[in-house]
Design a binder for this molecule. Sequence first.
Ligand SMILES: [Zn+2]
Length: 138
Amino acid sequence: MYPSLDRKEKVGLVSEQADLELRLKDDLENVGKGWEPLVRAAYNISILFGAEIIQVKEKFGFLRIYTRDRNPAMESFLGHLENLSGQICEYCGSGEGVIRDGKYWLKSLCPPCHVIKRTREEQTAEEAKAYKKTDKLL
Ligand SMILES: [Zn+2]
């Protein structure tokens, strides 16, 4: 693969790659499946610019990407990805009819996924009420 490198250098490259894949896997767990292509694009951009992504998360319905050693060109690329996330459903990746909405938590979702989210929130609220009732009985 890298014939000119000695064994130590090869091991270094492999562990660097493994570390990068672990961090990508972690960051993909911080956001919905629909944004996976955006997160992967952010990682590719960071590799291109030789910078490290510190954290990826969802904030106010947008993807947020935090990096070390930001430079203006890279910041511009990542800014586009962050803005684009507001038009892509975080749950399923659809670009149709995406709106940023939410009673408890703002999310950029397509209409069917908003229904799923609302149903989950209502179920959680009901479960919390039921839990409080049983708690008072004890
Ligand atoms: Zn969706």
